[in-house]
Design a protein around this ligand. Structure first.
Ligand SMILES: Cc1cc2nc3c(=O)[nH]c(=O)nc-3n(C[C@H](O)[C@H](O)[C@H](O)COP(=O)(O)OP(=O)(O)OC[C@H]3O[C@@H](n4cnc5c(N)ncnc54)[C@H](O)[C@@H]3O)c2cc1C
Length: 385
Protein backbone atom coordinates (compact mmCIF):
# COMPACT_ATOMS: atom_id res chain seq x y z
CA UNK A 1 0.00 0.00 0.00
CA UNK A 2 1.22 3.50 -0.84
CA UNK A 3 0.18 6.88 0.60
CA UNK A 4 0.80 9.82 -1.72
CA UNK A 5 1.16 13.10 0.22
CA UNK A 6 2.20 16.35 -1.43
CA UNK A 7 3.51 17.98 1.76
CA UNK A 8 6.90 17.05 3.17
CA UNK A 9 5.38 15.65 6.37
CA UNK A 10 2.31 13.46 6.94
CA UNK A 11 -0.68 14.62 9.03
CA UNK A 12 0.26 18.32 9.07
CA UNK A 13 -3.35 19.45 9.56
CA UNK A 14 -3.75 16.97 12.41
CA UNK A 15 -1.04 18.82 14.31
CA UNK A 16 -3.06 22.06 14.14
CA UNK A 17 -6.33 20.51 15.33
CA UNK A 18 -7.89 21.39 18.67
CA UNK A 19 -5.35 24.19 19.14
CA UNK A 20 -2.55 21.59 18.98
CA UNK A 21 -4.36 19.24 21.40
CA UNK A 22 -6.37 17.34 18.73
CA UNK A 23 -10.02 17.05 19.70
CA UNK A 24 -10.24 13.70 17.92
CA UNK A 25 -13.86 12.82 18.75
CA UNK A 26 -16.62 13.40 21.30
CA UNK A 27 -18.87 11.37 23.58
CA UNK A 28 -22.17 11.70 21.65
CA UNK A 29 -24.19 8.64 20.71
CA UNK A 30 -24.22 7.79 16.98
CA UNK A 31 -27.77 9.12 16.31
CA UNK A 32 -27.08 12.55 17.81
CA UNK A 33 -23.68 12.63 16.15
CA UNK A 34 -25.16 12.00 12.68
CA UNK A 35 -27.98 14.49 13.31
CA UNK A 36 -25.39 17.22 13.92
CA UNK A 37 -24.20 16.89 10.30
CA UNK A 38 -27.65 17.86 9.00
CA UNK A 39 -29.63 16.19 6.24
CA UNK A 40 -26.65 14.24 4.87
CA UNK A 41 -25.69 12.80 8.28
CA UNK A 42 -27.35 9.40 7.80
CA UNK A 43 -24.81 8.62 5.04
CA UNK A 44 -22.21 8.15 7.77
CA UNK A 45 -23.98 5.31 9.57
CA UNK A 46 -22.10 2.31 8.09
CA UNK A 47 -18.74 4.01 8.64
CA UNK A 48 -19.63 4.97 12.21
CA UNK A 49 -20.77 1.41 12.90
CA UNK A 50 -17.37 0.12 11.75
CA UNK A 51 -15.39 2.75 13.64
CA UNK A 52 -17.43 4.33 16.44
CA UNK A 53 -16.05 6.93 18.83
CA UNK A 54 -15.40 4.29 21.49
CA UNK A 55 -13.70 2.02 18.95
CA UNK A 56 -11.53 4.95 17.84
CA UNK A 57 -10.51 5.59 21.44
CA UNK A 58 -9.68 1.89 21.90
CA UNK A 59 -7.68 1.94 18.66
CA UNK A 60 -5.49 4.78 19.94
CA UNK A 61 -5.26 3.26 23.44
CA UNK A 62 -3.98 0.05 21.80
CA UNK A 63 -1.35 2.21 20.07
CA UNK A 64 -0.22 3.72 23.39
CA UNK A 65 -2.29 6.90 23.09
CA UNK A 66 -4.92 6.80 25.84
CA UNK A 67 -7.59 9.51 25.53
CA UNK A 68 -9.53 11.61 28.03
CA UNK A 69 -12.64 13.77 28.07
CA UNK A 70 -12.05 16.48 30.67
CA UNK A 71 -15.51 18.08 30.18
CA UNK A 72 -17.39 14.86 29.43
CA UNK A 73 -17.84 15.84 25.76
CA UNK A 74 -14.62 16.73 23.90
CA UNK A 75 -12.09 13.88 23.64
CA UNK A 76 -8.32 14.56 23.55
CA UNK A 77 -5.21 12.41 23.85
CA UNK A 78 -4.14 12.17 27.51
CA UNK A 79 -0.82 13.69 26.42
CA UNK A 80 -2.79 16.83 25.40
CA UNK A 81 -0.76 16.87 22.22
CA UNK A 82 -1.80 16.22 18.62
CA UNK A 83 1.76 14.97 18.02
CA UNK A 84 0.96 11.71 19.82
CA UNK A 85 -1.94 11.03 17.41
CA UNK A 86 0.23 11.80 14.38
CA UNK A 87 3.08 9.65 15.75
CA UNK A 88 0.76 6.70 16.46
CA UNK A 89 -0.54 6.79 12.88
CA UNK A 90 2.99 7.03 11.51
CA UNK A 91 4.09 4.02 13.61
CA UNK A 92 1.03 2.11 12.47
CA UNK A 93 1.98 2.74 8.84
CA UNK A 94 5.59 1.71 9.50
CA UNK A 95 4.57 -1.55 11.20
CA UNK A 96 2.23 -2.41 8.30
CA UNK A 97 4.94 -1.69 5.74
CA UNK A 98 3.05 1.21 4.14
CA UNK A 99 5.07 3.10 1.57
CA UNK A 100 4.83 6.84 2.41
CA UNK A 101 5.56 8.96 -0.67
CA UNK A 102 6.05 12.47 0.74
CA UNK A 103 6.43 15.62 -1.36
CA UNK A 104 4.51 13.86 -4.14
CA UNK A 105 1.43 15.31 -5.82
CA UNK A 106 -1.37 13.03 -7.11
CA UNK A 107 -2.27 14.83 -10.33
CA UNK A 108 -4.70 12.50 -12.16
CA UNK A 109 -6.28 9.06 -12.10
CA UNK A 110 -5.56 6.32 -14.59
CA UNK A 111 -8.94 4.87 -15.60
CA UNK A 112 -9.45 2.05 -18.09
CA UNK A 113 -12.90 0.72 -19.04
CA UNK A 114 -14.55 2.60 -16.15
CA UNK A 115 -12.21 0.90 -13.66
CA UNK A 116 -9.35 2.35 -11.75
CA UNK A 117 -5.90 1.35 -13.00
CA UNK A 118 -3.66 3.74 -11.06
CA UNK A 119 -2.65 7.28 -10.22
CA UNK A 120 -0.38 9.68 -12.05
CA UNK A 121 1.84 11.52 -9.57
CA UNK A 122 4.65 14.04 -9.74
CA UNK A 123 6.95 11.03 -9.20
CA UNK A 124 5.47 9.03 -12.08
CA UNK A 125 2.60 6.61 -12.59
CA UNK A 126 1.58 4.23 -9.79
CA UNK A 127 -0.44 1.20 -10.93
CA UNK A 128 -3.26 0.39 -8.47
CA UNK A 129 -6.48 -1.62 -8.58
CA UNK A 130 -7.93 0.56 -5.78
CA UNK A 131 -7.41 4.22 -4.96
CA UNK A 132 -8.80 6.11 -1.95
CA UNK A 133 -9.19 9.85 -2.51
CA UNK A 134 -8.73 11.48 0.92
CA UNK A 135 -7.41 14.86 -0.16
CA UNK A 136 -9.66 16.89 2.18
CA UNK A 137 -11.59 20.00 1.17
CA UNK A 138 -10.23 23.48 0.49
CA UNK A 139 -9.81 24.66 4.09
CA UNK A 140 -6.48 26.00 5.34
CA UNK A 141 -4.64 25.28 2.06
CA UNK A 142 -1.34 25.95 3.86
CA UNK A 143 -2.00 22.73 5.78
CA UNK A 144 -2.29 20.70 2.56
CA UNK A 145 -5.95 20.66 1.51
CA UNK A 146 -5.92 22.75 -1.65
CA UNK A 147 -8.99 21.22 -3.30
CA UNK A 148 -6.85 19.54 -5.95
CA UNK A 149 -8.54 16.19 -5.25
CA UNK A 150 -11.86 17.43 -6.67
CA UNK A 151 -10.40 17.45 -10.18
CA UNK A 152 -9.47 13.76 -9.82
CA UNK A 153 -13.03 12.95 -8.75
CA UNK A 154 -14.45 14.92 -11.70
CA UNK A 155 -12.14 13.00 -14.00
CA UNK A 156 -13.76 9.81 -12.67
CA UNK A 157 -17.22 11.18 -13.54
CA UNK A 158 -18.20 12.65 -10.15
CA UNK A 159 -20.13 15.84 -9.41
CA UNK A 160 -18.87 18.36 -6.87
CA UNK A 161 -21.39 20.16 -4.68
CA UNK A 162 -19.98 23.69 -4.57
CA UNK A 163 -17.34 23.92 -1.81
CA UNK A 164 -17.97 26.70 0.74
CA UNK A 165 -15.81 27.77 3.67
CA UNK A 166 -17.55 27.03 6.99
CA UNK A 167 -16.59 27.10 10.67
CA UNK A 168 -15.46 30.66 9.96
CA UNK A 169 -15.68 34.02 11.78
CA UNK A 170 -18.55 36.29 10.70
CA UNK A 171 -18.23 39.96 9.72
CA UNK A 172 -20.92 42.41 10.82
CA UNK A 173 -22.34 45.66 9.46
CA UNK A 174 -22.21 47.06 13.03
CA UNK A 175 -18.81 48.48 13.89
CA UNK A 176 -19.19 48.37 17.69
CA UNK A 177 -17.82 44.76 17.97
CA UNK A 178 -14.42 46.31 17.13
CA UNK A 179 -14.56 48.24 20.43
CA UNK A 180 -14.96 44.89 22.21
CA UNK A 181 -12.28 43.08 20.19
CA UNK A 182 -10.85 40.27 22.38
CA UNK A 183 -13.78 40.23 24.83
CA UNK A 184 -15.28 36.74 25.16
CA UNK A 185 -18.60 35.59 26.62
CA UNK A 186 -19.45 32.11 27.84
CA UNK A 187 -22.59 30.16 26.98
CA UNK A 188 -24.46 32.67 24.81
CA UNK A 189 -27.19 31.59 22.40
CA UNK A 190 -27.03 32.83 18.80
CA UNK A 191 -29.58 32.29 16.07
CA UNK A 192 -30.36 33.41 12.54
CA UNK A 193 -33.42 35.62 12.31
CA UNK A 194 -34.42 35.82 8.67
CA UNK A 195 -38.13 36.21 7.89
CA UNK A 196 -39.63 32.70 7.62
CA UNK A 197 -36.26 31.18 8.52
CA UNK A 198 -35.61 31.35 12.24
CA UNK A 199 -33.22 28.48 13.04
CA UNK A 200 -32.78 26.74 16.39
CA UNK A 201 -29.39 28.37 16.63
CA UNK A 202 -26.37 27.34 18.69
CA UNK A 203 -25.16 27.81 22.25
CA UNK A 204 -21.53 28.29 23.23
CA UNK A 205 -18.75 30.80 23.75
CA UNK A 206 -18.53 33.97 21.66
CA UNK A 207 -15.57 36.19 20.89
CA UNK A 208 -15.82 39.77 19.60
CA UNK A 209 -13.30 40.62 16.88
CA UNK A 210 -12.16 43.68 14.95
CA UNK A 211 -14.53 42.76 12.13
CA UNK A 212 -17.45 41.09 13.92
CA UNK A 213 -17.85 37.90 15.90
CA UNK A 214 -16.12 34.54 16.26
CA UNK A 215 -15.73 31.79 18.89
CA UNK A 216 -17.23 28.28 18.89
CA UNK A 217 -20.90 29.40 18.84
CA UNK A 218 -20.31 31.61 15.80
CA UNK A 219 -18.16 29.05 13.98
CA UNK A 220 -21.00 26.53 14.38
CA UNK A 221 -23.60 29.08 13.28
CA UNK A 222 -21.50 29.89 10.20
CA UNK A 223 -22.50 26.48 8.76
CA UNK A 224 -26.01 27.95 8.34
CA UNK A 225 -25.03 31.59 7.82
CA UNK A 226 -22.52 31.17 4.97
CA UNK A 227 -24.92 29.51 2.48
CA UNK A 228 -27.63 32.03 3.46
CA UNK A 229 -25.25 34.95 2.93
CA UNK A 230 -24.88 33.96 -0.71
CA UNK A 231 -28.63 33.93 -1.12
CA UNK A 232 -29.59 36.99 0.92
CA UNK A 233 -26.47 39.18 0.93
CA UNK A 234 -27.00 39.99 4.61
CA UNK A 235 -28.08 37.67 7.43
CA UNK A 236 -29.59 39.02 10.67
CA UNK A 237 -28.50 37.36 13.93
CA UNK A 238 -29.99 37.59 17.41
CA UNK A 239 -27.83 36.91 20.42
CA UNK A 240 -29.13 36.08 23.88
CA UNK A 241 -26.29 37.09 26.19
CA UNK A 242 -27.59 35.10 29.19
CA UNK A 243 -29.88 32.37 27.81
CA UNK A 244 -30.38 30.87 31.28
CA UNK A 245 -31.96 34.15 32.45
CA UNK A 246 -35.54 34.62 31.22
CA UNK A 247 -36.97 38.07 30.39
CA UNK A 248 -39.10 37.77 33.56
CA UNK A 249 -35.97 37.29 35.68
CA UNK A 250 -34.29 40.30 34.02
CA UNK A 251 -37.42 42.38 34.75
CA UNK A 252 -37.44 41.36 38.39
CA UNK A 253 -33.74 42.28 38.56
CA UNK A 254 -34.59 45.73 37.20
CA UNK A 255 -37.34 46.03 39.88
CA UNK A 256 -34.86 45.06 42.55
CA UNK A 257 -32.29 47.58 41.25
CA UNK A 258 -34.89 50.31 41.49
CA UNK A 259 -36.09 49.40 45.00
CA UNK A 260 -32.76 48.41 46.61
CA UNK A 261 -30.13 50.42 44.68
CA UNK A 262 -32.10 53.40 43.33
CA UNK A 263 -29.16 55.81 43.47
CA UNK A 264 -26.71 53.56 41.65
CA UNK A 265 -26.31 53.96 37.90
CA UNK A 266 -27.85 51.32 35.65
CA UNK A 267 -24.40 50.98 34.08
CA UNK A 268 -22.81 49.95 37.41
CA UNK A 269 -25.59 47.43 38.03
CA UNK A 270 -25.46 45.94 34.54
CA UNK A 271 -21.71 45.81 34.91
CA UNK A 272 -22.19 43.07 37.53
CA UNK A 273 -23.62 40.75 34.86
CA UNK A 274 -21.58 41.65 31.78
CA UNK A 275 -18.05 42.84 30.98
CA UNK A 276 -18.06 46.66 31.53
CA UNK A 277 -17.22 47.39 27.90
CA UNK A 278 -20.22 45.34 26.72
CA UNK A 279 -22.55 46.88 29.35
CA UNK A 280 -21.55 50.30 28.00
CA UNK A 281 -22.35 49.25 24.40
CA UNK A 282 -25.70 47.69 25.36
CA UNK A 283 -26.78 50.97 26.98
CA UNK A 284 -25.52 52.98 24.03
CA UNK A 285 -27.42 50.99 21.41
CA UNK A 286 -30.52 50.95 23.65
CA UNK A 287 -30.20 54.75 23.75
CA UNK A 288 -29.94 54.84 27.57
CA UNK A 289 -27.44 57.22 29.15
CA UNK A 290 -24.76 55.63 31.35
CA UNK A 291 -25.67 58.08 34.11
CA UNK A 292 -29.29 56.91 34.30
CA UNK A 293 -30.00 55.84 37.88
CA UNK A 294 -31.85 52.65 38.78
CA UNK A 295 -34.65 54.77 40.25
CA UNK A 296 -34.95 56.74 37.00
CA UNK A 297 -34.80 53.67 34.72
CA UNK A 298 -38.11 54.07 32.86
CA UNK A 299 -40.24 51.20 31.51
CA UNK A 300 -39.46 52.07 27.87
CA UNK A 301 -35.72 52.13 28.69
CA UNK A 302 -35.97 48.79 30.51
CA UNK A 303 -37.70 47.26 27.49
CA UNK A 304 -35.02 48.61 25.16
CA UNK A 305 -32.20 47.20 27.35
CA UNK A 306 -34.00 43.87 27.81
CA UNK A 307 -34.36 43.57 24.03
CA UNK A 308 -30.55 44.01 23.60
CA UNK A 309 -29.73 41.57 26.41
CA UNK A 310 -31.94 38.80 25.07
CA UNK A 311 -32.01 39.52 21.32
CA UNK A 312 -28.92 41.56 20.58
CA UNK A 313 -29.15 42.27 16.84
CA UNK A 314 -26.19 41.90 14.49
CA UNK A 315 -26.28 42.01 10.69
CA UNK A 316 -23.82 39.57 9.11
CA UNK A 317 -22.47 40.97 5.85
CA UNK A 318 -19.57 38.58 5.21
CA UNK A 319 -17.57 35.63 6.50
CA UNK A 320 -14.01 34.32 6.56
CA UNK A 321 -12.70 32.48 3.49
CA UNK A 322 -10.98 29.15 2.96
CA UNK A 323 -7.76 30.51 4.50
CA UNK A 324 -9.40 30.46 7.91
CA UNK A 325 -12.26 27.99 7.47
CA UNK A 326 -11.83 24.97 9.69
CA UNK A 327 -13.98 22.88 7.39
CA UNK A 328 -15.28 22.85 3.80
CA UNK A 329 -19.00 22.43 3.14
CA UNK A 330 -19.79 20.66 -0.15
CA UNK A 331 -17.65 18.16 -2.02
CA UNK A 332 -18.32 14.83 -3.76
CA UNK A 333 -22.07 14.34 -4.21
CA UNK A 334 -23.08 11.59 -1.78
CA UNK A 335 -25.55 9.77 -3.98
CA UNK A 336 -22.64 8.91 -6.29
CA UNK A 337 -20.93 6.97 -3.48
CA UNK A 338 -22.01 3.73 -1.77
CA UNK A 339 -22.14 4.46 1.99
CA UNK A 340 -21.60 0.78 2.87
CA UNK A 341 -18.18 0.65 1.20
CA UNK A 342 -17.44 4.31 0.29
CA UNK A 343 -16.74 3.07 -3.23
CA UNK A 344 -17.67 5.24 -6.21
CA UNK A 345 -20.88 4.17 -7.91
CA UNK A 346 -19.36 5.48 -11.17
CA UNK A 347 -15.78 4.20 -11.30
CA UNK A 348 -14.99 0.81 -9.80
CA UNK A 349 -11.94 0.75 -7.57
CA UNK A 350 -12.25 4.40 -6.54
CA UNK A 351 -13.05 5.09 -2.87
CA UNK A 352 -13.47 8.30 -0.84
CA UNK A 353 -12.81 9.27 2.77
CA UNK A 354 -13.02 12.41 4.90
CA UNK A 355 -13.76 16.00 4.10
CA UNK A 356 -13.65 15.54 0.31
CA UNK A 357 -17.20 14.14 0.62
CA UNK A 358 -20.21 16.47 0.95
CA UNK A 359 -20.39 16.27 4.75
CA UNK A 360 -19.40 18.77 7.41
CA UNK A 361 -19.96 18.81 11.15
CA UNK A 362 -19.77 21.46 13.88
CA UNK A 363 -16.75 22.18 16.11
CA UNK A 364 -16.06 19.50 18.72
CA UNK A 365 -14.41 16.37 17.34
CA UNK A 366 -17.10 15.69 14.72
CA UNK A 367 -15.00 16.19 11.59
CA UNK A 368 -12.01 14.15 12.71
CA UNK A 369 -14.23 11.28 13.85
CA UNK A 370 -15.78 11.30 10.37
CA UNK A 371 -12.32 11.39 8.76
CA UNK A 372 -11.19 8.42 10.88
CA UNK A 373 -14.40 6.39 10.47
CA UNK A 374 -14.59 6.92 6.72
CA UNK A 375 -10.85 6.30 6.31
CA UNK A 376 -11.21 3.00 8.17
CA UNK A 377 -14.22 1.84 6.12
CA UNK A 378 -12.76 2.96 2.78
CA UNK A 379 -9.46 1.24 3.66
CA UNK A 380 -11.12 -2.04 4.58
CA UNK A 381 -13.38 -1.95 1.51
CA UNK A 382 -10.49 -1.19 -0.81
CA UNK A 383 -8.38 -3.97 0.76
CA UNK A 384 -11.29 -6.44 0.52
CA UNK A 385 -11.63 -5.66 -3.14
C1 LIG B 1 -7.00 24.68 12.26
C2 LIG B 1 -7.94 23.50 12.25
C3 LIG B 1 -8.31 22.90 13.45
C4 LIG B 1 -9.20 21.83 13.44
N1 LIG B 1 -9.49 21.23 14.63
C5 LIG B 1 -10.32 20.15 14.64
C6 LIG B 1 -10.57 19.45 15.86
O1 LIG B 1 -10.00 19.73 16.91
N2 LIG B 1 -11.44 18.40 15.80
C7 LIG B 1 -12.06 18.00 14.64
O2 LIG B 1 -12.84 17.06 14.66
N3 LIG B 1 -11.79 18.63 13.47
C8 LIG B 1 -10.93 19.67 13.45
N4 LIG B 1 -10.64 20.29 12.26
C9 LIG B 1 -11.20 19.72 11.01
C10 LIG B 1 -10.40 18.45 10.63
O3 LIG B 1 -9.03 18.70 10.80
C11 LIG B 1 -10.67 18.04 9.19
O4 LIG B 1 -12.04 17.88 8.98
C12 LIG B 1 -9.96 16.71 8.89
O5 LIG B 1 -8.56 16.86 9.04
C13 LIG B 1 -10.28 16.23 7.48
O6 LIG B 1 -9.49 15.10 7.23
P1 LIG B 1 -9.14 14.64 5.73
O7 LIG B 1 -8.19 13.50 5.88
O8 LIG B 1 -10.37 14.45 4.97
O9 LIG B 1 -8.40 15.89 5.09
P2 LIG B 1 -7.04 16.64 5.52
O10 LIG B 1 -6.79 16.45 6.97
O11 LIG B 1 -7.14 18.00 4.97
O12 LIG B 1 -5.91 15.79 4.77
C14 LIG B 1 -5.80 15.80 3.35
C15 LIG B 1 -4.37 15.44 3.03
O13 LIG B 1 -4.25 15.24 1.62
C16 LIG B 1 -3.09 15.92 1.14
N5 LIG B 1 -3.34 16.27 -0.27
C17 LIG B 1 -4.32 17.07 -0.74
N6 LIG B 1 -4.31 17.09 -2.10
C18 LIG B 1 -3.31 16.26 -2.49
C19 LIG B 1 -2.80 15.83 -3.76
N7 LIG B 1 -3.36 16.23 -4.91
N8 LIG B 1 -1.74 14.99 -3.78
C20 LIG B 1 -1.19 14.53 -2.63
N9 LIG B 1 -1.62 14.90 -1.39
C21 LIG B 1 -2.69 15.73 -1.32
C22 LIG B 1 -2.96 17.12 2.06
O14 LIG B 1 -1.66 17.64 2.10
C23 LIG B 1 -3.40 16.54 3.40
O15 LIG B 1 -2.32 15.99 4.13
C24 LIG B 1 -9.75 21.36 12.22
C25 LIG B 1 -9.38 21.96 11.03
C26 LIG B 1 -8.48 23.02 11.03
C27 LIG B 1 -8.08 23.64 9.72
Amino acid sequence: MTIVEHLDRPGVKLLATGGGRCNLTNTLDTETFMHSFGKNGRFMQPALEEMSASRLRSFFADHNVPTVSPDGFHVYPLSNSAVSIQQALKQCCASLGVNLLLGTEASSLVIRDSSLAGVTTSAGELPAASVILATGGRSYPDLGATGSGYALAVQAGHTIVEPLPVLVPLFTRETWPRELSGVSLQGVHAQIDLPRLRTDGCTGDLLFTRTGVSGPVILDLSREAVPLLREHGEVPLRINLEPATSPAVWNSRFENWSSAHGRKSVFRLLDQHLPSSLARIILRIADVSEETTAAGFRRSQRDAVLERLTKLPLAVTGAGGFDNAMVTRGGIRLREVDPKTLQSRITRGLFFAGEILDLDGPCGGYNLQWAFSSGWLAGRSAAGK
